[in-house]
Every structure is written in structure tokens, then in C-alpha cells.
Design a protein around this ligand. Structure first.
Ligand code: G3H
Ligand code: 13P
Ligand code: NA
Ligand code: ZN
Length: 308
């Protein structure tokens, strides 16, 4: 069943979180839908403008549509991640998304409000949910790099005014995570006091955690053992941090880096061990299985197994 993110968050608030996974190609979509059907777990499949430009939006949406017929017993939303107006308005008109994110978090507060309001107005006319963002995450996002010095935690004193002014349906906040494989290089971890203060000012309102990858140490080690050169201070969000964040209102946790690392691990190991092979489908099959196993574990950790 295809739902909006608003509908999914009404079910899960404070009890479990829903993984929102970035997809770029077919094998990921198979792995994701297969896992969700087996776990009976709700999920959010999401695409960035980069993914849409890479694969073509029609190609991605068609594959997601096909997956929902191949795996008919799933409950999910289709979301545009880190959207900007050109992609969002195009998507609202024709694409079948049930949710979009407007990421105007790099703009000053008033400009962020103004851009978000316009997206909310046009999305709500089509019953599409809107995620907005307040605060700036460090890390790499598409072609935009934000260094730690230019990232800002969300100011809890601004969240009420922002949500009231924009009428957005969920809010992405900056509470210490960053995008990519090198979160918490300084060991700082999630800022729970900020998260708690935000929840206090927005009781019951769905919050979104970007940069939610775990950056599994074993996966990083296996990549490097198979010829990769990832830096050893790669580090992600810990499992206990996820469990603590859910009762504080985190309803959606974004994951992109973990599944990329998984792809890299499978393919590096495969071609190291089978240098005479060249069929993409053989490592592709291994990747789909690994992806599915990875998602089953995430569903358990986020508490959403059996909740679809
Ligand atoms: O924030 C989500 C992803 O890290 C962005 O992925 O920029 O490659 O689409 P992408
Ligand atoms: P990761 O880099 O931790 O996977 O974060 C993904 C994300 O926030 C997508 O919007
Ligand atoms: Na998003
Ligand atoms: Zn993000």
C-alpha cells in the first residue's frame, strides 16, 4: 500500500522509526522491497535530484512501481530526498511521489520559510507530504560539501515558529549527524539534549534524522581488505543512539552511505576472488541478498518489523 509519510508517521511516532533509503539502481529496489515484504515492515523509498539525473526520474519511478507489483504486500511511501524547486514542482505534477523534502536549510531562516511555504502550498494541493529542514548538517550531499565549521545544530527556539509558519508535515533537524562515512570523527555523537529540547517544543511532531548510516566497521574492514582505501576513522550512528532517538520523536531515519558501502564490499570482494568473471548479474545477485539481510536488521533495530 502506497501511503504518504504523514500517514506513516501517525502510526509510528514515539514507538518506532521508519528507514528512508536512497535508491539509484534496480538491485537496491529489489533488495529493499523483498526485505520489507518478508519483515512486514513499513519503509520509505527515496530518490535525490542526483539520483533522478543519473538514472532518469521516469526510470526510477517505473522500477519502484514495478517493485510494488512484484512485492504486493508492502506498505511504503515514495519520497524525494533533498529536493529543490525544479525537481519538486516537476515531481508534484507528474511523478507519483507521496512525499517531498524541500531542503532550504542553507538559506537564512526567512528565506527557508518562504521557499518551504511555496512547496507546502503546491504539495498539499495534491495531498503530498512535505519534509523541511532547519539547521545544517556537515558532510557531503550531492555536489555540495559542508565542512564542520559551517554546519549548525538546529536551534530549538526556532522550531515552533518554523513549523507554524510553513505548515510542513515533518522536520529534518541537525543534531550532530553528517552525511557520508565520516560522522562523529571527533567522537561527539548525537546531541540528545538538543533533540529533547526540540521535542519539548514540538510535542507529537515527526522529526527526521539525516545521516543515519551506521557505517558498519566490518564492512569498512572488508572493503579495505579487498583493495579499498577508506580512512579508518569512518564512523556512523550507533545502535543505542538510534534506540534513544525514537522516543524523542525521530520517525524517519535516512540511509544512503551504508548501502553504498555494501555495494562496494560485494563488488570488490567478488572481483578480487573471481578475476576471470565479468557478468554483472553474479555479484548483482549477491548484492541483492546482502541488501535484503541489511534491511532486515535495520527493520528490527528501528522497531518496525511486523508493523506494516
Ligand atoms: O543524503 C543522501 C545521499 O547522501 C545523497 O546521495 O547525493 O548521491 O544522491 P546523492
Ligand atoms: P547517510 O550518509 O548517513 O547514509 O545519510 C543519508 C541521508 O541523510 C540521505 O538524505
Ligand atoms: Na529527505
Ligand atoms: Zn540527507
Amino acid at each position: 500500500m502506497l501511503l504518504t509519510t504523514k500517514q506513516l508517521f501517525q502510526q509510528c511516532y514515539g514507538r518506532y522509526a521508519i528507514p528512508a533509503v536512497n535508491v539509484f539502481f534496480m538491485e537496491e529496489i529489489h533488495g529493499l522491497f523483498a526485505a520489507a515484504q518478508e519483515a512486514d515492515a513499513p519503509f520509505i523509498v527515496q530518490t535525490t535530484p542526483f539520483a533522478r539525473d543519473y538514472a532518469n526520474a521516469d526510470m526510477l519511478l517505473s522500477m519502484i512501481g514495478a517493485a510494488s507489483r512484484i512485492y504486493p504486500n508492502v506498505t511504503f511511501a515514495i519520497h524525494m530526498d533533498h529536493g529543490y524547486e525544479s525537481h519538486i514542482f516537476d515531481a508534484i505534477e507528474k511523478d507519483g511521489y507521496t512525499s517531498v523534502m524541500i531542503d532550504a536549510s542553507h538559506d537564512p531562516f526567512d528565506k527557508n520559510v518562504e521557499r518551504t511555504q511555496e512547496v507546502v502550498r503546491r504539495a498539499h494541493e495534491k495531498k503530498i507530504s512535505v519534509e523541511a529542514e532547519l539547521g545544517i548538517l556537515a558532510g557531503v550531499e550531492d555536489d555540495l560539501t559542508v565542512d564542520a565549521a559551517h554546519s549548525f545544530y538546529t536551534n530549538p527556539q526556532q522550531v515552533e515558529d518554523f513549523v507554524k509558519a510553513t505548515d510542513c508535515d515533518s522536520l529534518a533537524i541537525a543534531v550532530g549527524t553528517s552525511h557520508g562515512a565520516y560522522k562523529f570523527s571527533g567522537g561527539q555523537g548525537l546531541q540528545f539534549h538538543i533533540l529533547a529540547e526540540i521535542q519539548e517544543r514540538l510535542p507529537g511532531f515527526p522529526l527526521v534524522l539525516h545521516g543515519g548510516s551506521n557505517v558498519i566497521p566490518e564492512v569498512v574492514e572488508r572493503i579495505n581488505a579487498a583493495g579499498g582505501k577508506l580512512k579508518t576513522d569512518a564512523k556512523g550512528v550507533q545502535e543505542d543512539e538510534i534506540r534513544k532517538a525514537i522516543p524523542l520523536g525521530i520517525c524517519k531515519i535516512n540511509i544512503a552511505t551504508d548501502t553504498r558501502l555494501l555495494w562496494t564490499m560485494v563488488n570488490r570482494e567478488f572481483f578480487r576472488d573471481k578475476p576471470d568473471e565479468f557478468a554483472p548479474t553474479t555479484p548483482g545477485k549477491i548484492f541483492m541478498e546482502e541488501y535484503k539481510k541489511f534491511m532486515l536488521k535495520k527493520f528490527d533495530l528501528f522497531g518496525c518489523t511486523g508493523k506494516a
